[in-house]
Design a protein around this ligand. Structure first.
Ligand SMILES: O=c1ccn([C@H]2C[C@H](O)[C@@H](COP(=O)(O)OP(=O)(O)OP(=O)(O)O)O2)c(=O)[nH]1
Ligand SMILES: [Mg+2]
Length: 148
């Protein structure tokens, strides 16, 4: 198994590290690290601190994704989903949450506000050409194959 390094910050010192909540979970749940609770009003967005910095192995990214329960019950999602954590990022990981629900949503210290999926990425060289190779699909897109 690959290893990802976490460094806790003072406001997240008492929180557990992000963790998989079931044996084959795809995402590690990530908690809000707050000095005091705050409220996210309908339509409002906020950058929620997690209280940790991390170092991914080269060739990996971490995606900050919504939790479906919070999305379904409270309309809470990530505005930039999936948020991208680069392998060379050493700042505090933050969650860009938005409240699409009708009620104000309270976030408390330690709440599992998002999940983080670590995935391989491949950087590529960009080469400019005059003609692209043919394909079956060609230029058809945006519903060109129908819905049935
Ligand atoms: O949900 C997110 C998204 C990003 N980041 C951090 C880690 C990431 O490596 C960095 C930059 O993210 P991104 O490339 O998406 O933002 P940008 O607007 O392109 O900023 P930059 O110019 O710093 O790359 O911000 C987070 O903490 N949470
Ligand atoms: Mg960027």
């Amino acid at each position: 198994m690959k290893k990802v390094l976490f460094k806790k910050l003072s406001h997240g010192e008492d929180l557990p590290l992000p963790s998989y909540e079931s044996s084959h979970a795809a995402g590690m749940d990530v908690r809000a690290a707050l000095n005091e609770p705050f409220e996210l009003k309908p339509g409002q967005r906020a950058l929620i601190p997690t209280g940790f910095q991390m170092a991914l192995p080269e060739g990996y990214e971490a995606q900050i994704r919504p939790r479906s329960g919070l999305a379904y019950k409270n309309g809470i999602t990530m505005l930039n989903t999936p948020g991208t954590i680069d392998a060379d990022y050493r700042g505090e990981v933050k969650v860009l949450a938005i409240n699409h629900g009708k009620e104000t949503f309270k976030v408390n210290h330690g709440d599992r506000i998002a999940q983080m999926v670590i995935a391989p990425v491949q950087q590529m060289f960009a080469e400019e050409v005059q003609e692209l190779p043919d394909s079956d699909r060609g230029t058809g897109g945006f519903g060109s194959t129908g819905i049935e």
